[in-house]
Ligand binder design. Structure first.
Ligand SMILES: Nc1ncnc2c1ncn2[C@@H]1O[C@H](COP(=O)(O)OP(=O)(O)O)[C@@H](O)[C@H]1O
Ligand SMILES: [Mg+2]
Length: 338
């Protein structure tokens, strides 16, 4: 990270009401130039609303936004030239070819014909889409569409790239491609603002993460700082060889276990005292005729921080969920304005 101490995005008191519903509640944060900044929160937390306001697509109810040295909404036009946006909902035109989409985007950004043709070719090459340059996007896979969407956002060489849930819904290979791309772009000096509901994405990619919950920022820090903030959490993770999961009884009765999370034959036991719990787990498995597959202690993860802050569980094992469905349970009632 090399931000030269300069701010790319400065947000103060940012607030958005949809009618009486308070979607973004008095949010403050700074993003340094050259940072990969993650905006992590459950579905409905207010991430997309925040991005839309910063990128001038949505008018805030209150608050101030500064992009490099430009103040919104006064200097929106100047600010817009610095920003590229990969929206949550794909903005590609399926009737157009890959190249057609890129050229069209260049036109929106008022690039000259020569510049947009040149840049389109360049991006098709970088994104491995040259062979598909003249294919209509309706024939593209989801991963290819996402790549093209990112390429479109880069047409005008933005200094800050916004990606709203860039990995969501992608197969493993495409997800890996996008992650590498984000890192490479950042290395070349582009500031990245990335929203996600996927904890591992924030953990892997981001220099700093803000956790947003119900429209408010709960905490901001590096992934390590956030993990360190709840060092008291200790976990004993146990898995059994038993193929039929239903036959494994609950381990929550073991002395010293505060809380049990279970997924199939894998258990996470939350405890203040792992050294007491481990021998008891071994006794337990012997008593019940179970064979242990693995037994580990885990420090706190970003997932634990998230759980503590939002009260939402996100599953035991990283990558356990397909990307298609959110691992996070749907939020219940919305919050109404003050
Ligand atoms: N146009 C809208 N009108 C009314 N409510 C909206 C609108 N857009 C989003 N919301 C509500 O605002 C909250 C935040 O939405 P959003 O910013 O999309 O969250 P996230 O991107 O974190 O999932 C949600 O409860 C959502 O239902
Ligand atoms: Mg969203």
């Amino acid at each position: 990270m090399d931000n030269n101490g300069l701010t790319a995005i400065e947000i103060r008191g940012l607030t958005k009401y949809y009618g009486k519903f308070l979607a973004v509640d008095d949010v403050d944060f700074d993003v340094g130039r050259g940072e990969i900044f993650g905006f992590l929160g459950p579905n409905g937390a207010g991430k997309t609303t925040t991005v839309m306001m910063i990128t001038t697509f949505l008018e805030p109810t209150a608050g101030s936004i500064r992009i490099h040295d430009y103040e919104l909404p006064k200097e929106s036009i100047e600010a817009r030239t610095l920003m590229g946006i990969v929206p949550e909902e794909s903005n590609v035109y399926t009737e157009l070819t890959a190249e057609g989409n890129l050229r069209f985007t260049g036109k929106i950004y008022r690039m000259s014909r020569k510049d947009r043709n040149k840049r389109a070719k360049e991006l098709l090459d970088i994104f491995g889409l040259t062979e598909k340059a003249h294919t209509k996007v309706q024939e593209f896979s989801k991963g290819m569409r996402r790549r093209l969407t990112v390429a479109m956002a880069l047409m005008h060489n933005p200094k800050i790239l916004f990606l709203d849930e860039p990995i969501s819904g992608l197969d493993v290979q495409s997800a890996r491609y996008i992650k590498k791309l984000v890192r490479d772009l950042n290395k070349s000096g582009v500031t990245i603002f990335l929203t996600t509901h996927q904890i591992e994405v924030a953990n892997e990619l981001c220099h700093r993460v803000a956790i947003i919950d119900r429209g408010r920022i709960a905490t901001i820090g590096t992934p390590d700082e956030l993990k360190g903030s709840i060092e008291s959490v200790q976990i004993v993770e146990v898995s059994f060889k038993t193929p039929e999961d239903s036959k494994i009884p609950s381990l929550s009765g073991i002395n010293g276990v505060n809380h049990e999370l279970r997924s199939g034959s894998i258990f996470r036991l939350y405890t203040d005292n792992p050294t007491e719990v481990i021998p008891s787990v071994i006794d337990f498995s012997r008593e019940h005729g179970l064979s242990l597959k693995s037994l580990n202690t885990l420090g706190s993860s970003l997932e634990d921080v998230f759980l503590k802050i939002t009260g939402q569980e996100v599953g035991l094992v990283t990558g356990m969920y397909g990307d298609e469905k959110s691992p996070i349970r749907k939020r219940g009632k919305g919050r109404m304005g003050k």
